[in-house]
Design a protein around this ligand. Structure first.
Ligand code: NAD
Ligand code: MG
Length: 387
């Protein structure tokens, strides 16, 4: 039995993880969750899984849990971060799923990196903002990081879970193109939130859905891939594949290309990652119908070259450059979702903010937090100036 803690269990990735656990109750056990504000969903999870441990960083959520479960002596309601850290380090914890959205996921991903357990990583932002800190920390503590972002999990599967990439010639990261496939940036000034949040293939949280619509998600994923597979950015190519069936392709030096395919369902990469070294877990999935399947590919749109160039620069430079990029993007996305800027201005906020903040080569965790705050302030100024 593998015991699992899900950080950010009330979100979209959380849903998929819990669904895989439910289908494999003889092998997987949900030992604890963290969440932020979705109290009713957290309570449902607690009841359904007869949960033993729960943590929320929100006082309101904590108090509500205390009121509801005060007579439930089997449930451990954690009060503070030190108790969460203690839980993550307990001997019976095997797997920690990092599924909080955005920069907010960094803190608990760092905690998990120090445990020596296995992290299933969805929170790509923690790698983008602090790859130079998180990965060495995980290495130092012998913590394995298995990606569940579908493209990265696909690459991981194509590499046969092997860390050796000496025989890799090229890795193609596929992108659906999102709801604005084939639209130029100049055509995006009037798109609505509803349109931007309506992804054609995937159901996900709001932040990543907007990132997918702007294609900034692929930039974050390029940086994530560079760190996770420890390969130079020039090995990675971004290609649009609107059907989201092939999740990524690895070409080896002998001319073989291996891809991983499935319907767009996050439970597939999650099942793979949860199985670890054991046999694959069974999943109630929708089969691909190869007799009707039409797979198409097209170039990544040229007018997004500027943003991809920044991502490639970040891969080469490291340091605080990813922190700046991520914070600028998070403010841009929030500003679009709160009607402060139009969709096309997301790029302007990123470009202008990225240009305004100097990059430091050497970062530690304190400086990541400082640079994140400084960048958010600058990005907010940019938003004000263009809205
Ligand atoms: P979501 O918005 O649906 O869920 C986010 C979760 O994080 C919730 O449980 C929420 O309570 C928690 N959370 C948010 N802010 C928090 C805070 N300040 N403190 C503590 N907890 C907080 O997001 P999602 O779509 O599930 O995405 C989660 C992560 O997985 C993101 O980094 C995203 O990029 C990545 N990811 C998601 C998908 C997907 O299909 N949804 C695919 C690939 C990667
Ligand atoms: Mg992805």
């Amino acid at each position: 039995m593998k015991n699992i803690i899900v950080l950010g269990a009330t979100g979209s990735i959380g849903d998929s993880v819990l669904s895989v656990i439910k289908q494999n109750k003889n092998k997987l056990n949900l030992l604890g969750i963290t969440f932020n504000s979705n109290i009713s969903k957290a309570k449902d999870i607690i009841n359904e899984f007869k949960l033993k441990n729960v943590y929320s960083d929100s006082n309101e959520s904590y108090e509500s849990l205390m009121r509801t479960f005060e007579n439930n002596y089997d449930l451990n309601i954690l009060r503070d971060k030190s108790e969460l850290e203690e839980l993550l380090n307990k001997d019976d914890v095997d797997i920690i799923v990092s599924a909080i959205s955005g920069f907010a996921g960094l803190e608990s991903t760092l905690m998990a990196a120090k445990t020596g357990k296995t992290i299933l990583l969805a929170n790509k932002e923690s790698i983008v903002v602090a790859g130079d800190v998180v990965l060495p920390l995980a290495k130092e503590h012998s913590t394995d990081i298995i990606p569940i972002d579908s493209e990265h999990n696909a690459i991981f599967q194509c590499l046969n879970s092997d860390k050796n990439t000496d025989d890799v010639s090229k890795i193609i990261i596929t992108a659906s193109g999102g709801p604005f496939l084939n639209k130029k940036i100049t055509q995006l000034s009037k798109v609505t939130k509803k349109e931007a949040l309506n992804h054609p293939n995937w159901e996900m949280g709001a932040k990543i859905t907007i990132d997918s619509a702007s294609l900034v998600n692929k930039c974050l994923e390029l940086i994530e891939a560079k760190y996770l597979f420890d390969l130079d950015e020039k090995f990675f190519e971004l290609v649009v594949h609107p059907q989201s069936i092939i999740h990524s392709i690895v070409t080896f030096i002998d001319g073989s290309s291996i891809c991983q395919m499935s319907n767009p369902d996050m439970r597939v990469p999650i099942s793979h990652a949860l199985s670890g070294d054991s046999n694959r877990l069974s999943l109630n999935f929708t089969e691909l119908d190869f007799s009707t399947l039409k797979l198409t590919f097209q170039d990544f749109p040229k007018d997004r070259n500027g943003i991809v160039d920044i991502a490639r620069e970040i891969c080469k430079e490291g340091g605080s450059s990813g922190t700046i990029f991520n914070a600028a993007n998070e403010i841009a996305v929030q500003s679009f979702l709160s009607d402060k800027i139009t969709f096309d201005k997301i790029y302007d906020v990123i470009y202008r903010t990225f240009d305004a903040i100097p990059v430091s080569k050497n970062i530690d965790i304190e400086s990541v937090y400082e640079i994140d705050i400084e960048t958010r302030m600058e990005a907010k100024k940019v938003v004000k100036s263009i809205s």
